[in-house]
Design a protein around this ligand. Structure first.
Ligand SMILES: Nc1nc2c(ncn2[C@@H]2O[C@H](COP(=O)(O)OP(=O)(O)OP(=O)(O)O)[C@@H](O)[C@H]2O)c(=O)[nH]1
Ligand SMILES: [Mg+2]
Length: 316
């Protein structure tokens, strides 16, 4: 138990540090929003609405949060501004729980899929390859055997980058030369993982092809070919979004969810940006669980997303 507590403390510390910029910005704005006010009234609520929208929470989600707080103020008759942070935290966590009452323990793999195949998608530069490296490390730490597949054959450097991660983490990788058919790499990767009875497969894909239609067709083809080896693969299509792009991340989520069956999200680069509010908006607006957040470039800078921890860190 003591060890578990230590882990949690470490996780919280890195989360606080990773979200520093967003926290600072939200804190400043919130302080301004309640200046000279002792109770939460209409003016404070108007200011709060501005704070949330300007923190990239998104208009729809902001309105839902404000509505909840309005109801709360009516119900409780009086809510002091010193309680605003606590009330905000509670209402946001409750809002996020509307889609899913329990948090995902993303590292516990569902039974009956061995190997469990995760195909990682997203536009170029969002952090797909880095997230795969960090995730491979996480799975390995929990005792799982992992195989990586370098199905981004669009650039030579893409394969090399994944090779470096495979070495760093100490897991096998399946690759072919640059320009090879990505679907063929995926096929080889699944064949190897199946033969070796591996637990998890992580497939990297290209974020940039000649155009968007090409990209979506390519992903569909990779999927089809994978199913020749494992009929229900991929079990997870993990869309990686760059949190520091704010509204752009929403747009990408919209486009990818329309074109492919994305069923998990990772939001990266939350360190070094004040736009961390995107995580709240995206969790609320897409009914797809945010499973991971990226808070730095290093191997340990990926966290399993937990709504309460996240919201708690943001408003403390
Ligand atoms: N600060 C920070 N940087 C990150 C994070 N995740 C990824 N990066 C950096 O973002 C850059 C792009 O990451 P990649 O993993 O190469 O992105 P990608 O989606 O694979 O890119 P393509 O292969 O070009 O499509 C790298 O410099 C990473 O180190 C993060 O959580 N925080
Ligand atoms: Mg890459």
């Amino acid at each position: 138990m003591a060890l578990f507590g230590l882990f949690n403390k470490k996780k919280k510390e890195s989360l606080d540090k990773g979200l520093e910029k967003t926290k600072e910005s939200v804190f400043k704005k919130l302080s301004r929003a309640i200046i000279g006010k002792s109770k939460v009234d209409d003016e404070v609520l108007d200011n709060l609405e501005e704070v949330l929208i300007s923190s990239d929470v998104g208009v729809d989600t902001t309105l839902r949060i404000i509505e909840r707080i309005e109801e709360r103020v009516q119900r409780d008759k009086y809510v002091g501004t010193e309680e605003l942070n606590r009330v905000l935290k509670e209402e946001i966590v409750d809002l996020l729980k509307e889609h899913n009452s329990t948090d995902y323990d993303s590292l516990t793999l569902p039974e009956g899929h061995k190997p469990y195949v995760i195909m990682v998608v997203g536009v170029n530069g969002v952090g797909k390859t880095t997230t795969i490296g960090k995730l491979a490390h996480k799975f390995k730490e929990t005792g799982k055997s992992v195989v990586l597949g370098a199905a981004d054959t669009f650039r030579a450097a893409a394969v090399d980058q994944l090779v470096i991660w495979a070495e760093r983490v100490g897991v096998p990788i399946v690759k072919q030369s640059m320009g090879a058919d990505p679907a063929s790499v995926a096929f080889d990767t699944l064949s190897k993982a199946k033969a070796e009875n591996a637990d998890v497969v992580l497939i990297d894909t290209a974020g940039r092809l000649h155009n968007k239609i090409n990209l979506m067709n390519e992903l569909t083809k990779i999927k089809k070919v994978m199913q020749k080896v494992i009929p229900d693969a991929p079990h997870e299509i993990l869309l990686v979004l760059d949190g520091s792009t704010g509204q752009n991340a929403y747009e990408q989520a919209k486009q990818f969810t329309l074109a492919t069956e994305v069923n998990a999200l990772a939001i990266t680069k939350l360190d070094g940006t004040a736009k961390g509010g995107v995580v709240i908006g995206i969790s609320d607006q897409f009914k797809i669980p945010v499973k991971y957040i990226g808070i730095g470039e290093k191997i340990d800078d990926l966290q399993v997303f937990n709504r309460e921890e996240f919201v708690d860190s943001l408003f403390n």
